[in-house]
Design a protein around this ligand. Structure first.
Ligand code: GLC
Ligand code: CA
Length: 567
């Protein structure tokens, strides 16, 4: 059959919703689908053309929905399938497509398949998961040395059958066995079920982990020593991954006008191309996280360095050019807020800094993603103690006592998490200066609300013509502007001053039309010299975050950013 793909995602701007923290409609303190329905006009006003919805399926919430117990139904706290249908209809009416989260590396341990699977060694579902005998005399040592991404061994002993199951994340997230054709068929059926309900695409959770390196006789080899992620080389981009992804695409996805974006931690450009080169028919796009490492190493915070970030951006911009397509983002539900992280101490320049960051990515080639709250410049939460944090990752590390060997281990862990915790992105959306930031009319939101909601909130942003919100609206609008959109979509990428440690300058060029993008990442004035190549050409301002920006040899003001069309 012919592929039905129009590759609409190349013109899209996607807004990510983390439903638990977006908007609560019934006062129980938990965001829900009717809450989203109530905010569709807001999303339309922002101008985004697609939503990526983090998981809303049935789940015991060991990892806030990333542990699914029924793939075909909605989590009770979020509403019903009818609410969901109303939500997607409301999106489609407004020209907004819906990308659902597809979490199929693992299920919840409360999924019916796993309940069956763990019940006996000859249950028909046994092979849906990855079970092995333990090592040592009584099999009481895990089958190999792989570690969970959340810390500790990746294996859990199960008393009923006296074997171990693999879980690359929490013990309540057993990994599916993709080598079993029945599992692949189940996944294909789930994907088809949602596509038939009108879904437009999928964000594929930790998709690079689905194929494990199984040796003759079923053995899973030990990984080389790595204090943080052991075993990685045996399950990231595993032996059959490309075959399985192509199978899913060719059999199901490409018969719909759908798109996929795969979460691909630690991927190189070469690997990225294997996943997304259009001729290979696997995934459409991926998220790569290299840029997220410009201020940390293996989750350990380091000093942010702009030249490192620019190099990463440049490599991906040129590396995928003409072959596949980038995903552009600063934030998601697993990352701390970008403000402060990539802009240092922004002080009174929060708005300028937030707008500058938006310019830096939105003018690149690829599909921009905006994470809820980013469009109003939400910031990290001032956590004072580890007890305030909700994330299963933090809880697991604490339970395991991973840092115990270090003096002041709790202080160190707190320091690390104050910068790195995923919780920063998960505090409720700040809608107004009213009670509970307008997130819930109930008494108690499920999670702490950032005390700065009295000044940073949607109500304030909508009332201020100079707000971050309207700036995003303008940038998003450029993707539909006949003069600018073709350059953004098709233009080449060229950088000026790549080694400069404070400013980021690049040019996009298409059919003789060029865009020059200038961003000052510093909280102070930085001199800028117009590159020789573009001196003496006619210019027209496209966007800027100061009312009187000028393209010339100027002192860029704190976080000043502008884009000019060169003629
Ligand atoms: C992805 C999700 C993250 C989740 C993990 C396990 O990385 O983005 O939130 O914890 O997968 O499903
Ligand atoms: Ca609710």
């Amino acid at each position: 059959m012919e592929s039905a793909k129009t590759r609409w995602y190349k013109d899209a701007v996607v807004y990510q919703i983390y439903p638990r923290s977006f908007a609560d409609s019934n006062g129980d303190g938990i965001g829900d689908l009717r809450g989203i329905i109530g905010k569709l006009d807001y999303l339309q006003k922002l101008g985004i053309t697609a939503v990526w919805l983090s998981p809303c399926y049935k789940s015991p919430n060991a990892d806030n929905g990333y542990d699914i117990s029924d793939y075909r139904d909605i989590m009770d706290e979020f509403g019903t399938l009818d609410d969901w249908k109303e939500m997607i209809a409301g999106m489609h009416e407004r020209g907004i497509r819906l990308i659902m989260d597809l979490v199929v590396n693992h299920t919840s341990d409360e999924h019916e398949w796993f309940k069956q699977s763990r019940s006996s060694v000859d249950n028909p579902y046994r092979d849906y998961y990855i079970w092995r005998k333990g090592r040592g005399k009584n099999g009481k040592r895990p089958p190999n040395n792989w570690t969970s991404r959340f810390g500790g061994t990746a294996w859990e002993y199960d008393e009923t059958t006296k074997e171990w199951y693999l879980h690359l994340f929490n013990t309540k997230q057993p990994d599916l066995n993709w080598d079993n054709p029945k599992v692949r068929k189940e996944v294909a059926d789930i994907v088809k079920y949602w596509l038939d309900l009108g879904v437009d695409g999928f964000r594929c959770d930790v998709i690079t982990y689905i194929s494990k390196n199984v040796l003759e006789g079923g053995k899973l080899p030990n990984g080389k020593f790595n204090p943080i992620q052991q075993g990685d080389e045996h399950f990231t981009h595993g032996p059959h991954i490309h075959e399985y992804l192509r199978e899913l695409n060719v059999n199901v996805l490409e018969h719909y006008d759908s798109m996929t974006v795969g979460e691909a931690q630690g991927v190189t450009i070469e690997q990225g191309l294997l996943y997304t080169d259009e001729s290979r028919r696997e995934l459409d796009t991926i998220f790569q996280f290299e840029a997220m490492e410009a201020d940390c190493w293996n989750q350990i915070p380091t000093t942010f360095r702009l030249p490192k970030l620019k190099k990463i951006f440049g490599r991906w911009q040129t590396g995928l050019f003409g072959k596949s397509w980038n995903s552009l983002f600063w934030e998601n539900h697993d990352q701390p807020r970008a403000l402060g992280r990539f802009t240092g101490d922004y002080g009174e320049y929060r708005k300028e800094a937030a707008k500058m960051l938006a310019v830096a990515t939105h003018m690149q080639q690829g599909t921009p993603y905006v994470y809820q709250g980013e469009e109003i410049g939400m910031t990290n939460y001032p956590f004072k103690s580890l007890d305030e944090m909700d994330d299963v990752l933090v809880k697991t590390i604490r339970k395991m006592g991973l840092f115990k060997a270090l003096p002041f281990h709790n202080t160190i862990l707190l320091k690390v998490m104050q910068r790195r915790a995923r919780d920063h992105a998960r505090t409720p959306m700040q809608w107004s200066a009213g009670n509970n930031a307008g997130f819930t009319e109930g008494e108690k939101p499920w999670f702490v609300i950032n005390p700065n909601y009295t000044t940073i909130n949607v109500q304030e942003a909508l009332a201020d013509p100079d707000s971050i919100f309207y700036f995003y609206q303008k940038l998003i609008g450029l993707r539909k502007d006949p003069k600018i959109a073709p350059i953004l979509k098709n233009g080449t990428y060229k950088e000026y001053y790549p080694k400069h440690k404070d400013i980021y300058v690049y040019e996009r060029s298409f059919e003789g039309k060029r865009l020059l993008v200038v961003c000052n990442f510093k909280n102070k004035t930085v001199p800028f010299v117009v590159p020789n190549e573009i001196a003496y050409v006619g210019t027209e301002q496209v966007v800027s975050n100061y009312s009187d920006s000028r393209l010339g040899n100027v002192d860029l003001r704190p976080y000043e950013a502008f884009v000019y069309l060169l003629k």
